[in-house]
Design a protein around this ligand. Sequence first.
Ligand code: UD1
Ligand code: CA
Length: 460
Amino acid sequence: MSVRAIVLAAGQGTRMKSSLPKVLHPVAGAPLLKWVVDAVRQAGPDQLVVVVGHGADEVEKMLPDGVQTVIQKEQLGTGHAARQALDVLGDVEGDTVLVVPGDSPLISAATLSRLIERRAADDAAVALLTTRKADPTGYGRVVRDGAGAIVGIIEERDADDGQRLIDEVAVSTYAFEGGALLKSLSRVGSSNDQGEIYLTDAIGVLAAEKAPIVSIETDESEGMGVNDHEQLADAARRLRRRLNQQWMSEGVRMVDPERVYLDATVQLEAGVTLLPDVYLEGSTTVAAGAQVGPSVFAEDSQIGPESHVWYSVLRGATVGARAEVGPFASLRPGTVLGPDSKAGTFVETKNAIVGPHSKIPHLSYVGDAEIGEGSNIGAGTITCNYDGFEKHSTRIGDGVRIGSDTMLVAPVTIGDGAWTGAGSTITKDVSPGALAVERAKQREIPDYAAKKRAKKAPDE
Ligand code: UD1
Ligand code: CA
């Protein structure tokens, strides 16, 4: 007996009020549908078909290789969508057909496997997944007879007041026996409030035939579907909680896990500390002993061991071991901070290589630059990398002392061990070990203030 899976992802998601297809809305860095497809794939079906329709091109683009798609041209309902998939699955008689909605990102592979096994073990026509909701609004209610046997699922908008009180809901996830699905779906009509072909009605058809129906209950989180932005935020919060619990169990310390926002793609080592309001996205990695936060946004960045990053923005940046970043630094793409280096308060870097033990402590812009080892960049230094037409590079050697408020007009090279005087505008290369000063000599006018006052306000 093989297992075939269908994921329903053709709907527009009208309630999102967005031009983006609903299943592409991201949670924890991945589209809703990706979470579902990953879980389904982990459950190990022999075949997987995703039903696409609204925004089909975009949706297909994000699907991993080896996933089949089928187009549902008109979104005539979940039952109609399942039929489209059955058309490409071919002969499913005796197989298990798993059906999962593309808008339930918290569904787990373990639960799907449990559902598949349960259907097979009981040789049931269908095993359906249910959950209990304190507020079941919007979900299909599971209707049972006096003996507790399932007689059908009734959608909220078709339910009467009594049925609306039922707190056991269907979460649109089923393991059908293939033949039973095919046969029951062919008998489902569209006489409901929306005039759609409901997959849920297949359950009623099977119940009427006294076909064996079983159910398993899962927790509220796993069963939640995303229909609007409030539910999207709710799903994100639940996924975040799950992800953060996982990282904490692997040795990551989070001072307040409710305020740590990680993409699923981020990698952390044991011994990392994350403070509140940290957003780590894309391919970001953080090594052991690093302390990140409060208030850090890092995208596609590598944060080295024992480093300290706070109140800062990192995009495509690499932070070396024991380096210090922030507060209020902006490390833009191509920034590579060497071990024991520093990019401090109000420092912006871009395409800049900062050697080991070199420091840019305050108020500087360093772009298209390479700094050697053990150099210090004085407060307010700017690499003037743009001449209005092209970008040019600045090279600063080892052990250099750049004085405060130095303008380094690129292209320019500062030799090893050289110094620049505070306030200098350096336009020519500086030899190793030399001091370059470029500023007017200071002069003094004695008693200037008194003389000025005598002239301007003699009566005071
Ligand atoms: C559905 C169930 C409801 C259940 C809830 C759980 C039906 C009729 N209702 O309601 O019982 O409690 O999920 O979250 O099944 N889709 C298609 N083609 C279509 C229509 C929908 O592919 O023609 C896809 C959507 O993209 C979505 C999924 O099916 O991923 C579910 O559709 P949705 O409109 O969200 O159904 P609900 O109203 O949430
Ligand atoms: Ca839904």
